[in-house]
Design a protein around this ligand. Sequence first.
Ligand SMILES: Cc1cc2nc3c(=O)[nH]c(=O)nc-3n(C[C@H](O)[C@H](O)[C@H](O)COP(=O)(O)O)c2cc1C
Length: 413
Amino acid sequence: MSIAQFRGHPRRSHYTGPNLARALTIEDLRARAHRRMPRFVLEYLEGGAEDEATLARERAAQNEWRFVPRTLVDVSGRTPEHDILGVKAPMPLIVAPTGLNGVFCRGADVALATGAAAAGVPFAQSTMSNDTIEHVAAVEGLRHWFQLYIFGEDRIWHNLVDRAAAAGCEALVLTSNSQIFGNREWEDRTQVNGKPSLATIVDVATYPAWIARTLLHGMPVFSNVIDFVPKEHRGFFASATWIRQQMPKSLSWDTVTAIRKRWKGPFLLKGILSPIDAQIALDSGVDGIVVSSHGGRQMDWAVSALDVLPRIRDIAGDRMQVMMTGGIRRGTDILKAMALGADAVMAGRAPLYGLCAAGSAGAARALEILHKETCDAMGLLGVASLDALGPHLLAASGTMALPLDTKPTRRTA
Ligand SMILES: Cc1cc2nc3c(=O)[nH]c(=O)nc-3n(C[C@H](O)[C@H](O)[C@H](O)COP(=O)(O)O)c2cc1C
């Protein structure tokens, strides 16, 4: 219930209909996604690890900052345009890599990429995506990035990196915090022995439109890696389990060095939370890092990306790119992250809510909403360009602290 309501009045509800122009916020798209997706899909999309403490922290950390808006600033020409890896983008946002998008609808990676291209922002395709790298690369006007997971023999990542390069991918992102799969028990409870439970099957049967959109031509396939999976493990559930089992728990900075030698373009490391690792990354040959708890899906009780961002920015200075991902649902979330030192943010669930609500047009709508909100919030905050953002525009919530870099001055009578 909101403070603006008296005992639940006036009654409020999100728009969940098909007219995307009436979806005003990411939460509207999320509400529609919840209407259209079976329970096991929603557990996959929404869930976090174990007690979901990190998942909750990713949002709570945003709540701990308040803006200190400036006034009487000319914001008539404001724009959230910003360079991402040296190339201008309409806003400093990348569609985060998400695996198994094929459970949301058939052709989901191409649909997300099409939405990203329409918004002019990069799309990072996951190793665990369901459309091929080459298929996604064919999306017109796309800034295509590839996210690498390491599993099995070295020849697998060699193959993926070479294919990403041949397909014209602009950047490579190595995700380093997922070699051990987070315990997402709410998702696991929808299965028995790695297969959907009876309750899940019964629930799925009540979503015929989802079945038609998603499963009519068969279960999704991990198209980019399935050829490396032994034939007897190639079923949908079996392949996911097999790939997870092959992720080396010995992954180290040596692999980062080896990838750096093979991949010539911009190279980012995703999954950093410790300032110590940020320090090591500086000398590892990467061009940047993505500060991330994997959206609360890996180590529970970890700090959130926003919590450690200022400290990591301090360490990185201008020696490498520092991006963050986690909990981005509003334009104001983007502004807070940028004010605390991010070069750009990656959004995972927000564009996925759009995708689940209405396919590629829904993903594009999610990005349009974030763009509009960012632009509006810049005007209200009194900044004409994102370069004007800094900690002086923020105060820690619930304190009377002055903006960080100002001293009180008094006029003498
Ligand atoms: C359904 C889902 C699947 C994901 N799959 C991957 C993945 O394959 N590779 C990866 O690096 N991160 C993956 N992530 C993490 C996202 O890239 C991103 O860091 C996270 O979603 C950020 O939090 P947000 O959803 O609050 O924006 C996934 C996240 C979600 C929600």
